[in-house]
Design a protein around this ligand. Structure first.
Ligand code: HMG
Ligand code: MG
Length: 319
């Protein structure tokens, strides 16, 4: 398989941890129900491809996200994998369900804006933080690792530009509750690299260290990879991505897929940055999943590499 030429660039981390969200963020927006067995095989294949953090599902209300209503059936099918398998929990009920199945990594998901807190969680921003506080405390008491998502860090479909101080406030609140790491969500994909650097610097100024920060870019405007590079230059080493570029958010209509994991891995390999991911196995997984979903992957790398593979498999044409 074609691989990029390795040419390191200065001041970048030696290793990046990819937080794979294809099975959760990627699938949550799919209209047709994906069978539980297909989801389980998807997650197994992602682990086989070398991904070590694979967000598996959400313990949210099944009426709100019907695609993930099978969380109870799915989680035990994959819980033997050596990968970390974080799951989303919106409240105490979600945490009960996750802990009952032995989940060791959970994520609460806050918003930097009032409008998305209401659309996504049916609560005001402060009410949602009030719900998360005992969830985070209990999860920590149970020995779980807790991620805190912050959505709409760069723009909001109802409110437009999001002031930095709103993002900083929500990040601080989640860390004060005891979250181990944060993920800065560009839910509708409007961020650009300067904005990313400005937010990271503002967070550092307010004593939020870079080593607790991950980035979560959706690729609506084609900026996700550029934004990721900016974050890496700032020292971020946790990057969220979705195999094949699957995704969207059912509660923010302008959200499209996440940064495709393959596009990320291609860039990181070219920069000589370790990820532990086997790109050929990952492309094969996303091609397999695209066949299950009945449409091609939007990832440029998946398309380029699966096209080359198909060409290589053709017998030479007679002249
Ligand atoms: P609500 O309707 O306000 O719930 O929804 P409630 O607290 O009023 O409870 C109503 C009923 O739901 C009760 O049952 C509860 O027990 C039940 P009843 O007593 O009437 O029989 N219930 C539950 N059942 C199962 N599991 C639960 C649960 N919670 C309550 N966890 C709620 C509030 C938070 C539940 C709802 O709004 C919800 O599930 N929202 C989830 C939205 C979601 O999943 N969004 C997508 C993920 S976020 C995202 O994609 C962004 C991200 O990728 C980052 C980025 O890109 O920015 C992370
Ligand atoms: Mg997302």
């Amino acid at each position: 398989m074609t691989l990029p030429m390795v040419v390191p660039a200065p001041d970048l981390p030696a290793r990046v941890r990819i937080h794979e969200v294809g099975a959760r963020d990627g699938l949550q927006n799919e209209k047709a129900t994906v069978p539980t067995a297909v989801k389980a095989e998807f997650i197994r294949r992602l682990a086989d491809a070398g991904l070590t953090t694979i967000e598996a599902t959400s313990f949210v209300h099944p009426k709100w996200v019907p695609q993930l209503a099978d969380a109870e059936e799915l989680f035990p099918l994959v819980s033997d994998l050596p990968a970390r398998l974080p799951v989303l929990v919106p409240n105490g009920r979600g945490l009960d369900r996750a802990l009952a199945l032995g989940a060791r990594q959970v994520a609460v998901f806050a918003s930097a804006t009032e409008s998305f807190a209401k659309a996504n969680l049916n609560r005001t921003l402060d009410e949602s933080l009030g719900v998360f506080e005992p969830v985070v405390r209990r999860a920590k008491d149970e020995g779980a690792h807790v991620r805190g998502y912050v959505s709409m860090c760069f723009g909001d479909p109802w409110e437009g530009a999001v002031p930095l101080h709103q993002v900083v406030r929500v990040c601080g609140a989640l860390l004060d509750m005891g979250c181990d790491e944060l993920s800065l969500g560009d839910t509708i994909g409007v961020a650009t690299p300067g904005h990313v650097l400005e937010l990271l610097a503002s967070l550092n100024e307010q004593r939020v260290p870079t080593n607790v920060l991950g980035v979560h870019f959706h690729d609506t405007y084609g900026q996700a990879l550029a934004n990721t590079l900016a974050a890496l230059q700032h020292g971020v080493t946790t990057v969220d991505a979705s195999a094949g570029g699957l995704g969207g958010c059912p509660f923010a209509r302008s959200a499209t897929g996440n940064l495709a994991t393959e596009d990320l891995v291609w860039m990181l390999q070219g920069l000589g940055i370790e990820t532990g991911v086997d790109l050929a196995a990952l492309v094969a997984t996303s091609t397999w999943m695209a066949e299950r979903l009945g449409r091609p992957s939007p990832s440029r790398t998946v398309r380029a590499l699966s096209h080359k593979d198909a060409q290589a498999a053709q017998p030479p044409q007679e002249k």
